[in-house]
Design a protein around this ligand. Structure first.
Ligand code: SAM
Length: 275
C-alpha cells in the first residue's frame, strides 16, 4: 500500500505557531523532506523530534521527487516542510504534490502559518478577494508584464519581497499605479512585527531603513477608482448611482455611509435636511 504525503506548515518566526498536529505528524512519519535540512533540524530539536531528513529544495526538486515518490510507493509516510510557513507557497512543494496525485498517492495538508494570509488579514485592505503574486520576476520584460497585470488587478494585491529590494520594487510599482493604499507587513509573528500603512510615496521614504522579512500589499484598482468617483459626486448623485442598481433606501444609505466612511445616521440626517 502507498504511504501518505503530508504537506506540513511550520512557523514563520514564532515557534509557538507550530501546531500540535504538525508536531505529531512529524513524529509519526518515516521521513521528512526539508528545503534546508540544517534549518529544519533546529525546529525538530526544539520540539524533540528525531527523524531522518532529506533535502528537497528548488534546485533538486525534479531529481528528488522520483526518490520520494519511490519511497511513498514502498509504503513510507513522508512529510514535506519548507524553511518557514506553508510549503508550495513561494517555496518547494508543488512539483511533488502533482507527481503524488499522478501516482494516486494521498496528499494531506497540515495547516499552519502562511505569511501572505496573515499579512492580508491585518492589512485593513479588502480580504474578500485577493491575488497573490509571490515574488515579482527579475527579468525586465517579465517584470513589466507583471507590473501591468498588477496595475489592472481589481483585487487586493499581495507581493513577497526581500528587504533590500523593497525600495526598488516600490519605485517600479509607482510608475504603474496612481495613488493607492499600500501596506508593508514586516517581521510577522516576531518581536519587531510591524504594519506600515500609507501611499507609495510615503512608504518609499522609509523603505531603505526597513529590515527583516517583508510583504507588500496594495489595494485593488477598482476600489480606488470607484471610491474616488463616488466621493467626488454630490450626495444626490451618489444616491442615484445605487438606486439605478435597484437597491432599496436602507441599503443605499448603508452603502453611501461605507463609501464616505461616515455613520449611516450622518447620511440619513443630511437627506432629511435637504428635504
Ligand atoms: N512559504 C512561505 C509562506 O507560507 O508564507 C513563504 C516563503 S518565501 C520563500 C519567503 C517570503 O515570505 C519572504 O521574502 C517574505 O516576503 C515572506 N515572509 C515569510 N515570513 C515572513 C514574516 N515573518 N514576516 C513577513 N513576511 C514574511
Amino acid at each position: 500500500m502507498n504511504g501518505k504525503l503530508y504537506i506540513v506548515a511550520t512557523p514563520i518566526g514564532n515557534l509557538e505557531d507550530m501546531t500540535l498536529r504538525a508536531i505529531r505528524i512529524l513524529k509519526e512519519v518515516d521521513l521528512i523532506a526539508a528545503e534546508d535540512t540544517r534549518n529544519t533540524l533546529k525546529l525538530l530539536n526544539y520540539f524533540e523530534i528525531k527523524k531522518p531528513l532529506v533535502s528537497y529544495h528548488r534546485h533538486n526538486e525534479d531529481i528528488k521527487k522520483d526518490n520520494i515518490i519511490q519511497k511513498l510507493k514502498e509504503g513510507k509516510n513522508i512529510a514535506i516542510v519548507s524553511d518557514a510557513g506553508t510549503p508550495g507557497i513561494s517555496d518547494p512543494g508543488q512539483v511533488i504534490v502533482k507527481e503524488a496525485i499522478n501516482e494516486n498517492i494521498e496528499v494531506i495538508p497540515i495547516p499552519g502559518a502562511c505569511a501572505a494570509i496573515n499579512a492580508l488579514i491585518c492589512s485593513g485592505l479588502d480580504t474578500k478577494e485577493f491575488t497573490f503574486f509571490g515574488f515579482l520576476p527579475l527579468n525586465k520584460k517579465l517584470r513589466k508584464e507583471k507590473l501591468e497585470e498588477i496595475e489592472n488587478e481589481t483585487k487586493t494585491i499581495i507581493i513577497y519581497e526581500a528587504p533590500h529590494k523593497l525600495e526598488n520594487t516600490l519605485r517600479d510599482l509607482k510608475e504603474f499605479l496612481n495613488e493607492r493604499k499600500v501596506v508593508i507587513a514586516r517581521e510577522l509573528t516576531k518581536i519587531h512585527e510591524e504594519f506600515i500603512r500609507g501611499s507609495i510615496d510615503e512608504i518609499i521614504d522609509r523603505a531603505k531603513y526597513l529590515k527583516g522579512e517583508i510583504i507588500i500589499l496594495i489595494e485593488g484598482a477598482h476600489v480606488q477608482k470607484k471610491e474616488n468617483y463616488l466621493n467626488s459626486i454630490s450626495l444626490e448623485d451618489h444616491y442615484k448611482y445605487y438606486q439605478n442598481q435597484g437597491l432599496n433606501k436602507k441599503d443605499i444609505i448603508k452603502k453611501i455611509a461605507k463609501d464616505r466612511e461616515v455613520s449611516k445616521n450622518e447620511i440619513y440626517i443630511k437627506f432629511i435636511e435637504k428635504k
